[in-house]
Design a protein around this ligand. Structure first.
Ligand SMILES: [Zn+2]
Length: 261
C-alpha cells in the first residue's frame, strides 16, 4: 500500500493541483487516498443565480466536492471534514489544529503528505494555517521513527508559469494576479519545484471534477465552458518537496511517490 494524505482548507482547494495525481493512480490497487478538509467552505462566494444561501453553502460545497471526486473517477478512501469555520482557521489554536490533523495522519501513517506551503498559493490565511499545522503533524510523524511520513509536499505554482499566465491574461484583457495581495496567486522560484506531474493524460478527468464545483464556477475559471482552455491550465501539477530537503541540482520527480519504493 502507498498512502497519500491530502490536507487542505476548503472544498475545491485540491481540485487544482492534486486531482491529476490522484487520477493517474486511480487504477493502482495499492494506492490509498486520504483527504482532509479543515472547513466546509461555507464562507465562499456564491455564483450569481446559484441556488444556495449562506446557510446552505457549506453543505452544498461538501456535496460538490464529493461529486467532483466521483467525476475524477477516484473518490477518497477516507474523507474527513474537520468542520472549522471558513475564514477562521488561522484563529484556531495551533496546537488544537495540529491535534486534529494528527488524529487522522497518526493512524493512517501516510507515505506522502500534501498540503499548502507558507505562501498558501493564494496567501489565504486558512491555507497558510492548515499548511503550517500539517507540517507540524508531519514532523510529529517523522519523530515517531516508523516507516511512514516519507515525503512532505507543498502545492505550488512556479514563478515562470505565473508570469506566463499573467501575460496571457493581460493579452485577453483579464485581471492579472498580483502576488503581493491576499487572495491572489503567487509563485515560488522555479528551482524550488521538486515534483512536476504531467497530467495531460487525465486532464479531461480533472476538468470533469472542476466542473462539479458548480457554486464556484465564477471564481474557478474565467470561462467554465471553455473546456479546452481548462484542460491546458491543469496539464501540470507542481509541488515543492518540503521534506526531505532535495539535493541541489536533482531534476524534478515526475510523481509524488517516485523513488520511495
Ligand atoms: Zn481555499
Amino acid at each position: 500500500m502507498r498512502t497519500l494524505a491530502v490536507v487542505v482548507a476548503h472544498p475545491d482547494d485540491e481540485a487544482y493541483g492534486l486531482a491529476g495525481t490522484v487520477a493517474l493512480h486511480a487504477d493502482d490497487p495499492g494506492f490509498r487516498f486520504v483527504l482532509v478538509h479543515a472547513t466546509d467552505g461555507e464562507g465562499g462566494d456564491i455564483r450569481p443565480g446559484f441556488p444556495a444561501t449562506r446557510e446552505t453553502l457549506g453543505a452544498v460545497r461538501r456535496a460538490e466536492d464529493e461529486a467532483a471526486w466521483r467525476a475524477v473517477g477516484r473518490p477518497p478512501d477516507r474523507h474527513v471534514w474537520l468542520g472549522y469555520p471558513d475564514g477562521g482557521v488561522a484563529d484556531v489554536p495551533r496546537e488544537e489544529l495540529v491535534e486534529a490533523v494528527w488524529a487522522v495522519l497518526g493512524p493512517e501513517q501516510p507515505d506522502v503528505v500534501f498540503t499548502f506551503g507558507p505562501d498558501g498559493v493564494f496567501g489565504h490565511p486558512d491555507h497558510i494555517a492548515i499548511g503550517a499545522a500539517t507540517d507540524l503533524a508531519f514532523a510529529r510523524g517523522r519523530s515517531t521513527g516508523g516507516p511512514a511520513f516519507r515525503r512532505l509536499l507543498h502545492g505550488a505554482v512556479p514563478e515562470s508559469v505565473l508570469t506566463r499566465w499573467n501575460e496571457q491574461r493581460a493579452a485577453l484583457g483579464l485581471f492579472t494576479w498580483d502576488p503581493t495581495r491576499v487572495f491572489h496567486m503567487r509563485g515560488v522560484p522555479d528551482e524550488q519545484i521538486g515534483v512536476v506531474v504531467d497530467c495531460r493524460p487525465v486532464a479531461h478527468r480533472i476538468v470533469a471534477g472542476l466542473r462539479e464545483h458548480r457554486s464556484q464556477h465564477h471564481v474557478m475559471s474565467d470561462d467554465p465552458d471553455d473546456v479546452a482552455r481548462w484542460q491546458r491550465v491543469v496539464s501540470r501539477e507542481w509541488h515543492v518537496v518540503a521534506w526531505p530537503a532535495p539535493e541541489s541540482g536533482t531534476p524534478p520527480l515526475a510523481d509524488v511517490f517516485e523513488g520511495l519504493d
